[in-house]
Design a protein around this ligand. Structure first.
Ligand code: SF4
Ligand code: SF4
Length: 138
């Protein structure tokens, strides 16, 4: 299992925080199968096909690490899905990394920055590897 939303999600703490994590770099979908199940009814696409379809979802293809993977639009203010009311995606749709992030009260005890932790199994490296493996299959 790539993410455990029920054990890490703390909506009350996150509501009070207002989403400092979302004001930085957006989270990513670590699990290609989950991503395609959510947004393409399980239908798998190639890099080129997915790149064409991402704008309609408000997403972009990231490729800084050399591995293309879909991610929310990144603005100066942070993630493109972040609003004054929090994330505009439903909880079920949110990136695996966002759901896996472990909220920490210490974040609210300091004036800025984020003390919340991404578990090692939900790291960007894990996501890169999973997308790299996925692209080899299509
Ligand atoms: S995970 Fe941390 S930084 Fe993100 S909204 Fe929750 S408390 Fe704030
Ligand atoms: S997708 Fe939602 S939870 Fe994740 S970084 Fe963007 S606004 Fe925050």
């Amino acid at each position: 299992m790539v993410y455990e939303q029920s054990t890490s999600l703390d909506l009350l703490l996150c509501k009070r925080c207002g989403g400092r994590c979302c004001q930085g770099s957006p989270g990513i979908w670590l699990d290609p199968q989950r991503f395609f199940d959510l947004f393409f009814a399980g239908k798998h696409l190639t890099v080129e096909q997915l790149t064409e379809r991402l704008p309609e979802l408000g997403l972009v293809m990231w490729g800084m690490s050399g591995i293309p993977l879909p991610a929310p639009l990144s603005l100066n203010s942070g993630c493109g899905f972040h609003t004054v009311d929090g994330c505009s995606l439903t909880v079920a749709e949110r990136p695996c990394q966002c759901l896996a992030l472990i909220p920490n009260q210490k974040t609210l005890d300091q004036p800025q920055g984020c003390q919340c932790q991404t578990p090692a199994e939900s790291s960007r490296e894990v996501g890169n590897q999973r997308w790299q493996d996925y692209w080899l299959t299509v």
